[in-house]
Design a protein around this ligand. Sequence first.
Ligand code: AKG
Ligand code: FE2
Length: 464
Amino acid sequence: MSLDGAVERREGSPAGNGNGNGPVMAPPARPTYGDRRLRLNPNTEHKPERYDDVQSEFDPAIFSSLERHLPPSMLEVPRDAKVQFMKEILTRYLPEGERNRVQRHKEYRHKLMMAYQPLHKELYNLHPSAFFVPSFLKAVNDNTEESFRNILSEPSPGIYTFAMLQPSFCELLLDEVENFEKWVNAVKFKIMRPNTMNKYGAVLDDFGLETMLNKLMEEFISPIARVFFPEVGGSTLDSHHGFVVEYGKDKDVELGFHVDDSEVTLNVCLGKDFSGGELFFRGVRCDKHVNTETQPEEILDYSHVPGQAVLHRGRHRHGARPTTSGHRINMLLWCRSSVFREMKKYQKDFSSWCGECQREKKERQRQSLAATKMAFLKGSCLSPRLTFDLSKESDYTGVMSEKFRRKISVNWRNATKESVATSIQTHLRWKRPGNVGAKFDLFGYGERLLCIVLIEVSTVGAEF
Ligand SMILES: O=C(O)CCC(=O)C(=O)O
Ligand SMILES: [Fe+2]
């Protein structure tokens, strides 16, 4: 997918008659729809169509998500043309090997669903009042940050726990999973396990629960993720991987330290009686920093309770301690955002969520500020003009278009603290409020008043 700056252009290659003479044959007619550049930010006012009926290797929700990024000219065209356009983009970005894998998995799922007879049909459609405890239902119905905060605990930054499932729902689901596993053993169906780290457990989506879980994500998890995890795609979740994992002496015993293949993970304990099995969390990390040291404030050990949910970023490093007795069974919903994944490819700095990027950024700011102060104190910067050049800031080059990355120069002579504040506001007007902050610091040194301005990572100073 190309974003602002890289243009998607699909033009038929001109075909001649072979001898260079004669008329150049026009390529087969193909509608053109003007500028085909995708939008960097989704058009949140546009209500995308549903694509559930579209037969393709892509999840229909991805079409709906992508539609918000279409250029205005494409929003007006017939639905079929939109589908065609989006398929072309997606196909180019999904390698053939991956497409074949998706196709094989589709066939596997189809075979499984045709053969397996569900035990509790009522689980396969979402019935909110039968599934969820009233406090959770109310919070989601109210759908405000305050209503969510009323039911959530945050034992460590970015890890939210809350009561979610009715005991009767947990029992039914456990029963269904047991029934499914008995059937699998009886007919010797070789099932795929939820991921490479589990030898036990089952993918709920594979035997008919996909629609129910998708609704769970869209209507009950997305509203919370939108508020608490916007910086990792919490407001654009569009696909999921739903499964149960099982631990005990005769099953998987523990789960090693890992990050999930998700933007946001919901982990709900279904039961049963068990001891041990605590979850341990050790800070959020991007790919580059996934193996860096844990800071003391990032350590959390958490004991799960049936019916209780834990919601965290997929990149929050975690694992599960050995279950020492009984059986522990959890339902996991790995929620993903195709838009976030696409955007991530164009970014280098993840300090809005990676603990280590944040620490590195703070350190850069500290060093930069110290260097600027030092330069002033040495009297090497006597200009009354303040200059800062955002075009040199690597933090901005990936995310800000050229017109915003300009050089700003201000005359600070006779400035006061108030006039500096006003100037900074004026010069930052072109940014969205809250996007980039300016902090400044005035201090006296001998006869001179020094001004240090800190624009996120850039520090510049002027003397007047
Ligand atoms: O055992 C648990 O509760 C954790 C499971 C988990 O982290 C996972 O499956 O990704
Ligand atoms: Fe996990």
